[in-house]
Design a protein around this ligand. Structure first.
Ligand SMILES: NC(=O)c1ccc[n+]([C@@H]2O[C@H](COP(=O)([O-])OP(=O)(O)OC[C@H]3O[C@@H](n4cnc5c(N)ncnc54)[C@H](O)[C@@H]3O)[C@@H](O)[C@H]2O)c1
Length: 320
């Protein structure tokens, strides 16, 4: 019995794979499996005999049909062109994020099941005029290619679930911060960069105004919530399979205050403001706060505060 993780070579995908294995080893996984297959353009970094890494593209329908067999008990669909990359290359975003998602759903549909299918969406599906706290029922109105292709993915996963083809769970993730490693092609990459770079003694620029409100999650909470979405009984979700995953509502100014608290004023002085209208237009269209009553009741986890997230990054990657 296997679980397939597209994007298993990436930041969240590789961590989801590790958490699935850890939970299996602890006897805590309610879904039985003995193998995990990562499908990604990049190899999966998780070294474990139960993990195999297939390098290929999500829009290769023949490859998907070969991989998604009747012994598949779950699929995490994380492979995607991110926000900055989608805005730069419309055709690639459509091919990978729409055609690839549809091809995977078609392959999943053929599995006897219906198979559990976790899809990572984003708060970029929202835009236009929004209330200060976005309720569950708020309609999507994307203002970017990324938000549009994610919104299409949400509807497809919901519709394939409604038809009984799959057992879908759409996780609208907050922006992840602090993401270790290097900057990526996400428009929100600065949300990690303005903490990570100065904590490592490197200068960083902030492209949005200080009063920009961000909806943030630590990597640990996001990964735990993706696995929780997978392990939940699908019946507990009802017909609408889209979940606003809990986050923290924090201004950029508060993020920088947290940097000062954990890293000191020397770290804070490494961050300068340099307005980037392109990034501001994308990130500024995203909501900064959500009503997450439903997902909290379903047992999804939330971080306590942003200082703790920065402290965690410090303890994991700077200290010692
Ligand atoms: N990190 C965040 O802040 C955040 C927030 C909201 C949603 N998400 C979503 O979560 C998912 C994972 O994000 P991440 O932060 O781990 O990004 P990531 O870039 O680290 O991982 C994405 C992976 O997808 C792979 N990929 C891209 N095109 C592919 C293709 N054609 N075929 C196969 N693999 C392909 C990449 O090689 C990469 O390893 C994405 O769907 C992203 O849109 C992330």
């Amino acid at each position: 019995m296997k679980i397939i993780v597209t994007g298993g070579g990436g930041f969240l995908g590789s961590r989801v794979i590790q958490l699935l294995l850890d939970r299996k080893d602890a006897g805590a996984s309610p879904v039985d499996f003995d193998a995990i297959v990562s499908l990604d353009l990049a190899p999966c970094p998780v070294a474990d005999d139960r993990v195999s890494s297939v390098t290929g593209s999500i829009d290769d329908a023949a490859l998907l049909n070969e991989l998604v067999t009747d012994d598949t008990v779950g699929i995490f669909h994380l492979a995607a062109v991110l926000s900055g990359g989608s805005e730069e290359d419309f055709d690639l975003a459509m091919n990978v994020n729409v055609d690839g998602t549809r091809a995977l759903l078609e392959a999943a549909r053929r599995v006897k099941g219906p198979v559990r299918f976790v899809f990572t969406s984003s708060l970029a599906v929202f835009g236009g005029t929004m209330p200060a706290v976005v309720p569950e029922s708020h309609g999507t109105q994307p203002e970017s290619t990324y938000g549009t292709v994610k919104s299409i993915g949400e509807l497809l996963v919901n519709e394939y679930s409604r038809k009984g083809f799959i057992d879908g769970r759409v996780c609208r993730l907050p922006t992840i911060s602090v993401r270790p490693g290097k900057p990526n092609s996400a428009a929100s990459s600065f949300a990690s960069g303005i903490i990570r770079e100065p904590m490592n003694g490197v200068a960083s620029t902030c492209p949005v105004p200080l009063d920009t409100v961000m909806w943030l999650s630590s990597p640990q909470a996001a990964v735990a919530n993706l696995v929780h979405a997978f392990e939940l009984d699908g019946a507990s979700l009802g017909d609408w399979r889209v979940l606003n995953i809990p986050g923290l509502s924090v201004t950029v100014a508060q993020m920088l205050d947290a940097l000062t608290q954990v890293g000191g004023s020397a770290a804070r002085e490494l961050v300068s403001l340099s307005h980037d209208p392109k990034i501001d237009a994308i990130v500024g269209s995203w909501p900064g706060n959500f009503d997450v009553t439903r997902t909290k009741a379903l047992g999804f986890a939330a971080d306590n505060d942003f200082v703790q997230i920065v402290q965690q990054y410090h303890d994991d990657f700077i200290a010692g």
